[in-house]
Design a protein around this ligand. Structure first.
Ligand SMILES: Nc1nc(=O)c2c([nH]1)NC[C@@H]1CN(c3ccc(C(=O)N[C@@H](CCC(=O)O)C(=O)O)cc3)C=[N+]21
Ligand SMILES: [Mg+2]
Length: 285
């Protein structure tokens, strides 16, 4: 049996069309145009691609998008001041500081300056705290998109074992928080595995849902996957100029019940959720 391929690109288009409708309605009622400003520091080519994809998606949904491009040598102070300016700018509803920032910048210190009401990534500690307490203001884009993809499979998540590979602040940790909440697409029993985990293979073998976000190409192999598991691949690794996920797709798809491809999986859904959050930001500001 071959797995259902969860088409993130197609699902993302559906969400984006929904957001576009809501944006049009919101504009008519309020005369306000939702506005996302992204900050891109340096010349990382992958970051440039992601930011371009985000901008294009905004424009298609009727959301204004501005890109602030800064050179790699930008100082902490300069970046800090730019964020403060955007905080004060009434026409800006969402602020996204594209990660990673250059090594000489203290990333956390910059993210802490973003007005929590404009923090459409949900990286600010106030927003993280609200998520942990089960009363989110914004849901973090990648975990939110993944939850929607799991919901699209109509697999019951309640009581199931979800194993997350990776403990990052952007994916692993917030993903765990969403999956242990009460409610639809949640109520799971969650394990987070990371570089120091013992018996990792055995733990992953017991998973009903596997979320791979460790940045190691094709780390999850068929022998680690329980038949019928749902497999979500967050990895985007460039290997020999090709994009490869954290899952060995060709072999795992013969064992899983559903699996996300790379590209065309989690990435496009991340962007769709960013648009949703930007509309939310315009509504609450
Ligand atoms: N402040 C901040 N917020 C983020 O949400 C954020 C970030 N920084 N830094 C990097 C990660 C990664 N991320 C992706 C977004 C879109 C695709 C995407 O569009 N992927 C396509 C194309 C991939 C490609 O061609 O390279 C796909 O998977 O089909 C991927 C990855 C957002 N992130
Ligand atoms: Mg740093």
């Amino acid at each position: 049996m071959s797995a259902e391929i969860i088409d993130g690109k197609k699902l993302a288009i559906t969400f984006r069309e929904q957001v576009a409708q809501e944006v049009a309605q919101f504009k008519e009622q309020s005369q306000i145009v939702p506005h996302l400003t992204a900050i891109l520091v340096g010349e990382d080519p992958a970051s440039a691609v992601y930011v371009r994809n985000k901008q294009r998606a905004c424009e298609k949904a009727g959301i204004q998008s501005t890109l602030k491009r800064l050179p790699a040598e930008t100082t902490q102070d300069k970046l800090h001041k730019l964020v403060q300016e955007l905080n004060a700018d009434q026409s800006v509803h969402g602020i996204l500081v594209q990660l990673p920032l250059p090594k000489h910048i203290d990333e956390v210190a910059i993210l802490d300056v973003v007005n929590p009401l404009k923090d459409v990534d949900a990286f600010h500690p106030e927003n993280v705290g609200l998520i942990v307490q089960g009363r989110p203001r914004y849901l973090p884009c990648t975990p939110y998109g993944i939850q929607q993809m799991i919901l699209s499979t109509e697999m019951e998540t309640a009581g199931k074992h979800a194993v997350i590979l990776g403990r990052s602040e952007i994916v692993g940790k917030p993903m765990a928080m969403l999956l242990i909440q009460r409610g639809l697409g949640a109520d799971a029993t969650v394990t987070i595995c990371h570089s120091r985990t013992q018996n990792l293979k055995e733990i992953v073998q017991s998973a009903d849902i596997i979320i791979a976000a460790i940045g190691k190409p094709e780390f999850v192999t068929a022998d680690m996957v329980k038949p019928g598991a749902v497999v979500i691949d967050v990895g985007i690794n460039r290997v020999n100029e090709k994009l490869v996920g954290d899952v060995a797709f060709d072999s795992v798809k013969e064992i899983a019940s559903a699996i996300t491809p790379v590209p065309g999986g989690v990435g496009p859904m991340t962007i769709a959720m960013l648009l949703k959050n930007t509309l939310t930001a315009a509504r609450i500001l």
